[in-house]
Design a protein around this ligand. Sequence first.
Ligand code: CU
Length: 647
Amino acid sequence: MSDKIAIFGMASVFSVTHALFAVAQEARAVTNPLAYMLQPITKSQGMLKTFEQSRETFPGEVLLDMNATYLDRQIYNPATARYDHVKLRGYQDARQTGLSGADTPLVGPTIDLRPGQTVRVTLHNLFPQDSTCGIGGGSANTPHCFNGTNLHSHGLWVNPSGNGDNVLISIRPGVSFQYEYNIAVEHPAGTFWYHPHLHGSTALQVSSGMSGALIIRGDRMPTPTETGDIDRLLKQPGGSDIAERVLVLQQIQYACTDNNGDITYDCQPGQVGGIESYDQFGPGSWPASGRFTSVNGQVLGQLASAEAGSVERWRMIHAGVRDTINFEIRRKTGTTAFRTLAAADTDRWIDQNCGKDTIPYGVVAQDGLTMAQVQMRQQAILQPGYRVDALVVLPGAGDYCIIDGAAPAAASVNQEAPSRRLLGIVTAVGGHAVNGEIGTYLQDWLISAAERTMSQNVAGKVIDDLKNEMSLSSFIPHPDIDAGEVTGEQQLVFNIDVKQPGATFFEVDGKPYDPNRIDRTLPLSGVDEWTLRSDFVSHPFHIHVNPFQIIKIVDAAGNDVSALGADDDGDPQYPGLKNVWKDTLWIKNPGTDPSARYTITVRTHYQRYIGEFVLHCHILDHEDQGMMQNIRITLPDGQGGTVSGHH
Ligand SMILES: [Cu+2]
């Protein structure tokens, strides 16, 4: 711990110096978010050591303290080349509140854990009192209680009840509450994230920057009969982990008010930007705002340097509210300064300053779950809530553009091809050039990594797999769910009902959310095949606790577009998803007519945990307005659940 404190101490000294002397046009460094300080509970750790543990060391139980509080910060505004002053709801480590200068990035610290660990997260709600909390009944789907909060560990397979990953509780201003996540010893290692999930204020809080990475690190060696962690393979020749970047992609849509009291995205010097209403959200509002997606809290920052030719692990997290990100890397070929760059000019700037060809990278995990095969991609489409883990090789020294590239209209939340945005610059130095195909280079690197790292009894299998189209069969956390295992089926239809006079309704299965209604009662150990559709535009489906395996994605004409190499009218997001495990998935309808909808089949099982939790659209203002359902997992006989009612 003392090393960690020393490092952070140095960092804060540098930050202060930086703030005093920085010129506005100088790009700030994009570093990995700092990690929460974890306090080991020595008493229980000592006790646990008396038990036989299957692991070499048992990390035991740790505490962390998280403040939900207003933060005074700066965000760079490329349109004006100024740092805008903002006051936004955010997270901070209650044990490191000293790191709170105006130039501290607006991103939640990282929660860094291991399988088998229990973490007790004390969430302190330091927001001002709020008389709109506690509204229920018919008003539940009107945004409210902006100062109430709670915590969701997105993607974790943990208990959803009580002090677990419980999003059905409201932590009011002034209240502290301790969540407790018991990470099972068999929990997958991967990239997860956390954010508030109080129905009525989720979008407002997440769009303010209330999100952070939650990483589970594993070191389980695969055996001939059991799979292990890809972390164990991704080692440098010396045995240390390969370089890693956590990239929390946020869409912080702060605004100011003009002379008429209306919202404006043109904040004047002396004004303080904020997010205090839902008027800031809605179709097209993000592109219209001219804001840029931030990376770890920095807009148009300079990412830490890479070594040319070295393999890095990039953990991308879409922690935004409602706009699709299409992640691309291109060489920076031009020399034009990028710090002054209005959103409307970005497309042209990218054409003039970034190479035409994208740098391919190897996707190894989606939504934190290692895939059965490395998939080489020119781009990765991230919808809100998605995570993508990629092995990235920058093939030579120089600067590279990190771009949110254009995507087909049907691939994006706003149903229009978005104009491109620059996300930041990364510079490769030293190392060596890669002249051949990056995919082949990566494959060779993985094979030699396997030769170095894998146990004698699995090395042959892992290497044969890698030679066979970069298969990762020894590292997948979940076996396939075969048709013969399925015990039931579930249907789900998203809809936005715009036909009622005077109001719009955000619905699942024809009904807006009712906090007092259980929409689905499912038995523990059940195995269900779900059919997912949307009658009106596209929505990212997310279900808590248990992830699902994608079986097929069928377009309106009846074609399954989920196979690797399939063509979905140029939309790259579905091909390659067949048999992939995820916890959040785009349910596509390229229009507003039910006849245009896709039919998506996934399978899941409800393992270990009973209790009540939710599924919802991860366009979070849709969720806040009703596109959510309550689920109850009961005992295996379908009985013995808890009493109904929430809040
Ligand atoms: Cu939606």
